[in-house]
Design a protein around this ligand. Structure first.
Ligand SMILES: [Zn+2]
Length: 114
């Protein structure tokens, strides 16, 4: 029996950003219960975890939209450049999926990156 969800969201574990991540998810009109949530140090800038979870979310849950985030002041060292690299990895590996990416700020805002 297949378990399908529409989206997979990658974000950092950092507690300071959880409310903002939730606001971003809500703004994208992604319903609770329709996404895999990957919360790891560095978010989408954690390439090892990114690749592992992209493989699983597409294989197990057929997530069509992949939402990648990295945030400002990341203690795990993820940067805006890492987010751009993550976009490349996701688009190259899963060209049939929609990739959206956001750089998230400490002030509770975010910027879409492509
Ligand atoms: Zn972080």
């Amino acid at each position: 029996m297949a378990h399908i969800c529409g989206n997979c969201v990658f974000h950092c574990m950092d507690f300071r950003f959880q409310k903002t991540f939730d606001s971003l998810i809500e703004s994208l009109e992604i319903e609770l219960g329709d996404f895999d949530r990957v919360s790891v140090a560095g978010g989408a800038g954690n390439f090892e975890q990114l690749e592992r979870h992209l493989e699983l979310t597409t294989k197990l849950h057929d997530a069509k939209t992949l939402v990648l985030t990295v945030h400002e002041d990341c203690g795990a060292g993820a940067t805006r450049d890492d987010l751009i690299k993550a976009i490349g990895i996701a688009k190259e590996t899963y060209p049939e999926r929609t990739v959206k990416a956001f750089y998230v700020m400490l002030d509770g805002t975010w910027e879409e990156v492509s």
